[in-house]
Design a protein around this ligand. Sequence first.
Ligand code: NDP
Ligand code: 8X3
Length: 250
Amino acid sequence: MKKIAFVTGATSGIGEAIARILASDFALIICGRREERLKKLAAELRDQTDVYILTFDVSNSTEVNSAFDSLPSNWKNIQLLVNNAGNAHGRAPIHKGDLSDWDAMIDSNLKGLLYVTRAISPGMVEKKTGDIINIGSIAGKEVYPDGNVYCASKFGVDAATNGMRLDLNPYGIRVVGIHPGLVETEFSMVRFKGDEDKSESVYKGITPLYASDIAETVKFVVDRPPHVTIADITIFPTAQASSTIVNRQS
Ligand code: NDP
Ligand code: 8X3
């Protein structure tokens, strides 16, 4: 079998694109809650590589650990972990925030990433090799109005990424943070709870990033020779200069 990559949030957007681009070089463990989508993706990729499906909610530590434990032993030797699963839920000033939205963001984006890393990193430490790529966000580098808790979750991802790099340094494990700006995926439909107008307005008047742009970045990072760690990348669409400065054409 090829080296094994474990990709969370592979049912859509960035994670699905990452799974597709890695299929040439890796056997894949693809993860998400929507099993039908995982089955469809697996069926497409199986002519290129071995694919194993794990259906679980990253925010539930029991589900994370059972999913990992359920892997056959020959699938537990994971070389690459891509912590991508996550979403924004709502966009509101702090005094009007919805507590269930806050819980969903902190529990999935930050705690979920930690649970998955806690399950998989001991195997990398034991073998003294491995790559961990965490998908953060520009929202984890700069706050923006009404982004408060989503930004906090992604600032947490940035801090956790930098902390992991320190802790795993003695074991030769490469830890990478990739921080995209505006990427057109299902992200805004999830954030705005299916409101198409609000969702489309996020990408209006610009050429946004596409999921494939982030997947190509992941592949570039993974393909560096073993002595090279690309520690931290911020990637914008050219129309974007910061969290809040976006050059929109009308
Ligand atoms: P999508 O909504 O297209 O994909 C989100 C993915 O995350 C889905 O596969 C979803 O799977 C999975 N996911 C979300 N919550 C959970 C959960 N609790 N348990 C398991 N899986 C979960 O959005 P993107 O592809 O854009 O987002 C991927 C990552 O990129 C996220 O971390 C996001 O914050 C980040 N990002 C996105 C940007 C953008 O502009 N789009 C910019 C910067 C960062 P399922 O629902 O099937 O469980
Ligand atoms: C997603 C990018 O700017 O919508 O993380 O927060 S943004």
